[in-house]
Design a protein around this ligand. Structure first.
Ligand code: LER
Ligand code: MN
Length: 274
């Protein structure tokens, strides 16, 4: 069975694609009462939340934490695994290790998207080497903590390397860690995947490494508010026997409650062939 998760952030600006921002506790309760199996917690730092309290609320309401999103560490603190400054790279690794510890507590996975960073015009090779080494350090740590790391291809307007699923798959397999999986985000796929059946083919081609999905429509609003063919996406996921989480990582449009409820309703209706 596919499980559904909603993005809940400890903070963030208006343009960030998280449905709920600010009050994590209330958002978790809302998601549980409105048909979600889980929440995806987007945190700047692991101690943004009181983990004991949030776990208690999750248990009481019959909901889990699917994933920890880490992008605010880049957006607000400019921490990245490609940074040319060793000290800053070390800070980025430490920040992600704290997220891995938190994920171990919640028995969930950690996302590495924006914190990959960017490659500079000069010194792309060195930055790639730094990135690769940093990711291997984290994979090693994740292995010890039994936590999966979900690395995300992100579109070219946000990040300047590993934008497509094929590039990311090739790279991750070359690292050879069973704790490194891929996260596919329909918003980025809509920009980067190739050909008329590109998005569906990518899902099929990544079946061996696919660990998580983000759902947002072409305009980053909730599924159903843009023009991505989610019936086709769900069909491809069913075809590969995907039984992990789909997290709604989309704008809180027109407001958080409606985005969550209507997005989930839409996906369940197209998933049933409606
Ligand atoms: C993070 O999951 C993501 O999709 C990036 O575009 C961050 O905004
Ligand atoms: Mn995403």
């Amino acid at each position: 069975m596919i499980k559904y998760s909603a993005s809940v952030a400890s903070g963030g600006t208006e343009s960030m694609p998280y449905i709920f921002k600010g009050n994590v506790r209330d958002a978790v309760e809302f998601c549980a009462k409105n048909g979600f199996d889980a929440v995806e917690l987007h945190l700047r730092k692991a101690d943004d939340i009181d983990r004991i309290l949030i776990k208690e609320i999750c248990d009481k309401n019959g909901i889990t934490v699917s994933t920890i999103g880490t992008g605010m560490g880049y957006t607000f603190d400019k921490l990245s695994l490609t940074d040319s400054d060793k000290m800053k790279r070390t800070d980025a690794i430490e920040r992600l290790k704290e997220h891995i510890d938190l994920a171990s507590f919640f028995n969930c996975a950690v996302i590495i998207g924006s914190m990959r960073g960017r490659l500079p015009d000069d010194g792309r090779e060195t930055a790639m080497k730094n990135y690769r080494e940093s990711l291997l350090v984290l994979a090693d740590y994740a292995e010890k903590k039994d936590v999966t790391l979900l690395v995300e291809p992100v579109n070219r307007y946000e990040i300047n390397f590993h934008n497509s699923s094929a590039e990311m798959r090739h790279f991750l397999l070359s690292l050879g860690s069973r704790k490194l999986k891929m996260l596919l985000d329909t918003y980025h796929m809509n920009i980067e995947e190739f050909g008329p059946t590109g998005m569906y083919d990518s899902i099929r081609e990544c079946r061996d490494i696919l660990g998580h999905m983000h759902f947002a429509d072409s305009n980053r609003k909730r599924p159903g508010a843009g023009h991505i063919d989610f019936a086709g996406i769900i069909r491809a996921l069913n075809e590969i026997g995907y039984e992990k989480y789909i997290a709604f990582e989309c704008l809180p449009w027109p407001e958080p409650d409606i985005a969550a409820v209507e997005g989930l309703k839409y996906i369940k209706s197209v998933g049933n062939g409606g």
